[in-house]
Write a protein of this length. Structure first.
Length: 132
């Protein structure tokens, strides 16, 4: 499982969490389903996923033993709708591959936001198939 501990230094913000998959496609991780951007309060720590979000996990692309992926965190000082940036991930790796949009399409949508009031962080990681 993937867990994140986040804290806004001073001001509050709104978070969208996305997965950049090994094939170059992007899916939304949080908010899940119909939810709004996750609210982050200045000076307060938050653990993700929250209980209402369900577990976040990753698996290699179908038919490979391991690959590189990344989580993309977008925090904005102004409210935004993460659902407009990328579709929700699937319940299995194969479903997420089918659901994903291209990185180019994601970046085009991202460019429509007020990025001067936003912070974008990319957290790369490697995932391996657990055959045992």
């Amino acid at each position: 499982p993937i867990r994140l501990r986040l804290q806004m230094a001073r001001s509050s913000g709104f978070l969208g969490l996305f997965a950049l998959q090994a094939d170059g496609s992007v899916v939304r991780v949080l908010p899940s389903l119909g939810g709004d951007a996750v609210r982050l309060e200045g000076g307060r720590e938050i653990m993700l996923p929250r209980p209402q979000d369900g577990e976040i996990s990753s698996a290699p692309m179908p038919e490979v033993a391991d690959n590189l992926e990344a989580l993309v965190l977008l925090v904005s000082a102004v409210p935004f709708d993460p659902r407009k940036l990328a579709p929700m991930l699937g319940t299995r790796a194969e479903d997420s591959v089918r659901a994903g949009i291209s990185l180019g399409a994601f970046l085009d949508r991202l460019a429509q936001l007020d990025l001067a009031r936003s912070v974008l962080r990319v957290l790369p990681y490697q995932v391996r198939r657990d055959d045992g």
